[in-house]
Design a protein around this ligand. Structure first.
Ligand code: PLP
Length: 510
């Protein structure tokens, strides 16, 4: 039971108990995190979860060990395990222990990182971390940024900066441009900011799934002729679907000529700039007006941690700064109030985990981890190229490899789709690994994303052996034609559909 602190505080905990609970929590976590037998995903039905967890909160406190045991038994087993070396699905997420401890420190100290007055240390730490990111992508000294909860929030913040900086009020003649491979958070951000579906042009991509600057220029010309005002282009450096990188330099030239804001969503791919080949691939990123980076993807930070960087530091304040009377005490001289740079007033100290993990491992270790992922992704591509049974469905890029198994005996393409979907399910059921699927050029495709620092060559080889040679007879029953896209793990990160965006009757996102 909870120990009173002797001060009449109904929610106080005795210092010795604080230590003991902390040690026991760490013991439980280390046991779990080091248990190699836990599969990359354990699903459960809503009924099973209700059976385990439904009920009112207890009126009286419970024993802490019993609480931990319940979490360990009824909650933590039923989730994906992003740090599993065989986790190749969606955008893998693999933190580090020092990063998690950084988050724990931020949480235990309950840091309010909104104003300098209340948080000079953590604010400076965030400015330092942002300065590293700025330098890594080649931004100039006058650039700025803010940490947010993820890539979606960063994209929303970027589009708000674009509108407030270039025009101010929302207007029906403003137009934004994305590709049919852009992440759905961009369409959602545009919607939240008041862009109607017809104010967001979804451009078809080229054979390598990239924006064609000529198509973009023609779309802008047509809009200008029709009396509309092109406002922003949201390009992607590492599309969620295939890892494609839009041609950043021509796009920035085009945008600069026309006074249009260029945002680059580099949420998952951006930290490849730590490596030489990544820098080469992402050349031109520094010319964007704003860049989304997600440290909780390829910088191995625990959820949640996103970042928006802007080429001109002042645009964040232009878009977000407000000083109500009740915050007048927080404003002094050249102090930075991070709450003036985004939507959140109350904000946690996300920089702590980034800082702690980078201090502990050093930048070189992160560079080596990203480099290793790129090597392993290359290994996957080579395995696909070398196997008659497999074919690439998109050029491999930035850790993402899209391919499918041929199944020569299949009656038609729908059956090939269904067998590939069954392969995804069978892999999950084997406990060996997890891949997700997507649609490329209208066909079901296997999608392997190699990002985890825990993944090694053996893990890749085991995965490819399975996908290449698992016998159809050992596969789960093929899904009915037309439903294969739903087989396997549910898709989380949908690209924007090529058709014009319309609000669905159920209010679902684009
Ligand atoms: C390219 C890209 N942009 C944005 C996002 C959204 O990021 P978050 O899930 O952190 O909101 C993702 C997520 O995978 C992504 O891949």
């Amino acid at each position: 039971m909870r120990e009173a602190d002797g001060n009449g505080d109904p929610l106080g905990v005795d210092p010795e108990a604080m230590r003991a609970y902390g040690y026991r929590t760490v013991d439980m976590l280390v046991q779990r995190l080091c248990d190699r037998s836990i599969p990359p995903l354990r699903r459960a039905s809503p009924q099973e979860m209700r059976d385990r967890l439904s009920g009112p909160p207890p009126a009286a406190g419970q024993d802490f060990d019993a609480i931990l045991a319940r979490l360990d038994r009824d909650v933590l087993p039923f989730m994906s395990r992003g740090d599993h070396p065989g986790f190749f699905a969606f955008i893998p997420f693999c933190g580090t222990w020092p990063g998690a401890l950084g988050d724990f420190i931020a949480s235990a100290c309950n840091i309010y990182a909104g104003s300098w007055m209340e948080s000079a240390g953590p604010t400076q730490l965030e400015l330092e971390v942002l300065a590293w990111f700025k330098q890594w992508i080649g931004y100039p000294a006058g650039a700025g940024g803010v940490l947010v909860d993820g890539g979606s929030a960063a994209n929303l913040t970027a589009l708000a900066c674009a509108r407030e900086t270039l025009v101010g009020d929302m207007s029906a003649d403003l137009v934004g441009y994305v590709s049919d491979q852009a992440h759905s958070s961009l369409a959602r951000s545009a919607r939240v900011l008041g862009f109607r579906p017809e104010q967001l042009r979804v451009l078809p991509t080229d054979a390598r799934f990239r924006i064609d600057p000529r198509i973009l220029a023609a779309a802008m010309d047509a809009d200008v002729r029709a009396g509309r005002r092109p406002l922003f282009v949201a390009a992607t450096a590492g599309t969620t679907n295939t890892g494609a990188v839009d041609p950043l330099t021509p796009l920035s030239q085009l945008c600069r000529e026309r006074g249009v804001w260029l945002h680059v969503d580099a949420a998952y791919g951006g930290f490849a700039v730590l490596t030489e080949r990544g820098r080469e691939l992402l050349r031109g990123l520094d010319a964007a007006d704003s860049v989304t980076l997600d440290p909780h993807k390829w910088l191995y930070q625990p959820y949640e941690c996103g970042a928006l960087l802007v080429r001109d530091d002042s645009v964040l304040r232009t878009a977000f700064q407000m000083t109500p009377d009740y915050l007048q005490d927080c404003c002094a001289g050249d102090e930075t109030n991070l709450s003036d740079r985004g939507l959140q007033l109350t904000r946690s100290a996300r920089a702590l985990k980034v800082w702690v993990s980078l201090q502990y491992f050093g930048v070189d270790a992160f560079t080596a981890a990203v480099d290793r992922s790129l090597d392993l992704a290359e290994r996957v591509r080579e395995r696909v190229d070398a196997a008659d049974a497999l074919e690439l469905t998109a050029p491999a890029s930035l850790g993402v490899i899209c391919f499918r198994r041929r199944f020569p005996g299949a009656a038609n393409e729908d059956e090939v789709d269904a067998h590939n979907a069954a392969l995804v399910v069978a892999l999950e059921q084997s406990g060996l690994g997890l891949v997700s699927s997507t649609i490329v050029n209208g066909r079901y495709t296997l999608r392997v994303c190699v990002l985890n620092h825990t993944t090694g060559a053996d893990d890749v080889d085991r995965l490819m052996d399975f996908l290449q040679s698992a016998e159809p007879t050992t596969l789960a029953a093929p899904a009915a034609a037309g439903t294969v896209a739903l087989a396997g793990a549910c898709q989380r990160d949908h690209p924007i559909p090529a058709t014009p965006l319309r609000r669905r009757s159920n209010g679902g996102g684009g």
